[in-house]
Design a protein around this ligand. Structure first.
Ligand SMILES: [Zn+2]
Ligand SMILES: [Zn+2]
Length: 181
């Protein structure tokens, strides 16, 4: 998704896109690495408008990702949705000295700005970052997923294997043999 900044009116403009994950290099890499698969295109809708010297892009993205459950390892489809508000600028804005007490140089990243060159904004990088942020850190096929049997590896959501899975904790095994004088 790209826009010529000259085409952004004062009141803002609505942009909409529906592209396969392949269109986003970072997402394509994740798929190639086998981390997940995208079962739906990346739907993006946003409003771009000038705010001071910057362009604000506010909107949301939606897709469906197929990834393995952390407990039972079965793949499942996870709907993904994220709202975002991003700022783009051609140059770093000037800050008053009193806003920067430590005298440290703030980078564009620190203040959530994306720098762009030329007369068009390409949203690709910022959007793929938002997709990555929207993915669950600890994906579970369901809150009540029972995972795999630690002994025989059976998927306990699908079967009961009959193993005695009372796990003996090694730390207590040591205590058992400890004699108090
Ligand atoms: Zn699971
Ligand atoms: Zn078992």
């Amino acid at each position: 998704m790209k826009i010529q900044i000259d085409n952004i009116p004062e009141e803002g403009i609505l942009l909409w896109s529906k592209e396969a994950a392949d269109a986003y290099p970072v997402l394509a890499d994740m798929v190639r690495a086998g981390e997940c698969r995208f079962e739906a295109p990346i739907h993006v809708s946003l409003r771009a408008r000038p705010v001071r010297e910057m362009i604000e892009a506010e909107g949301q993205l939606e897709t469906t990702v197929r990834l393995p459950c952390r407990r039972c390892v079965e793949s499942f489809d996870q709907p993904v949705k994220r709202r975002f508000r991003l700022y783009f600028t051609q140059e770093m804005p000037e800050f008053d000295d009193d806003e920067d007490e430590e005298g440290a140089e703030l980078s564009a990243d620190d203040i959530g700005l994306t720098l762009f060159k030329g007369d068009a904004i390409d949203f690709t990088d910022a959007l793929q970052e938002q997709v990555v942020l929207a993915l669950p850190n600890w994906a579970l096929c369901g809150e009540d997923c029972r995972g795999l049997c630690p002994k025989c590896g059976a998927n306990l959501n699908a079967e009961t294997c009959g193993c005695d899975t009372e796990v003996e904790d090694d730390r207590f095994a040591v205590l058992k043999n400890l004699k108090i004088e």
